[in-house]
Ligand binder design. Sequence first.
Ligand code: KMH
Ligand code: ZN
Length: 277
Amino acid sequence: MSLPLIITCAITGAETTREKQPHLPVTPREQAEAAAEAVAAGASVIHLHVREDDGRPSQRPERFEESIRAIRERAPGAIIQISTGGAIGESIENRARPLALKPEMASLNLGTMNFGDDVFFNHPRDIVGLASRMHQHGVMPELEVYEAGMLESAFRLAKQGILREPFHFQFVLGVPGGMSGEPRNLAHLVSLLESRGGGKAHWGVAGVGRYQLPLAVQATIMGGHARVGFEDNIFYNKGELAQSNAQLVERVARIARELGREVATPEVARKLLGLAR
Ligand code: KMH
Ligand code: ZN
């Protein structure tokens, strides 16, 4: 019997624009509305990037604080996971700053890679620095893995005691520069994780663009968890923009139930992930 499905909704991201997706939530108020709708539709975790009023991606702690407060008002139970990836080109100092707010979770990116036409830098020294800062603040890292070498890095960091149990991996597949979202790639990452004794680790998958839905369904069948939302994909169907983040969550929740898998509430997700609060 599979564990309840944890659906993460990445409501805003750093790269998606209002020009491409007119329903993108940008202000704290819009993000709170989007988060509340997503949680009502079945999401338990909100992966959060913030923007300035003009839409520029931001890592200002004050802006995170505003959004977190607004989300807490509209969706009090939601698990908020802040991004330490930020936008391409953001300094590591700025990426780390919102950790001082001590969110329940934060993303931790496990390697440098080409990211479309850009390079997403994650120096080993900075990965260790972010991991220890998270540990210091009691923040649970979500381990972002874009290709198999990054999973190998996680095993190394775990052996060195830099990453500590419980582990929660997010396989982000379909970024040009990382592994694509073909079913065999997810199957390979999961078998690699299991072969290294990661049987107790939790994992989820975030498929980029057209990979979002098939990978969410594959993860649902394989016993993993799923991430959807405008950060990774703006379409509902090919050529048809989604009307909201919640619409993407609702579809995955419905399919999961039809496949016989329950959808985790935030309280259930907290227990599964070992989040003490
Ligand atoms: N915006 C991407 C370059 C994360 O949130 O930690 C990185 C990203 C990952 O979104
Ligand atoms: Zn992100």
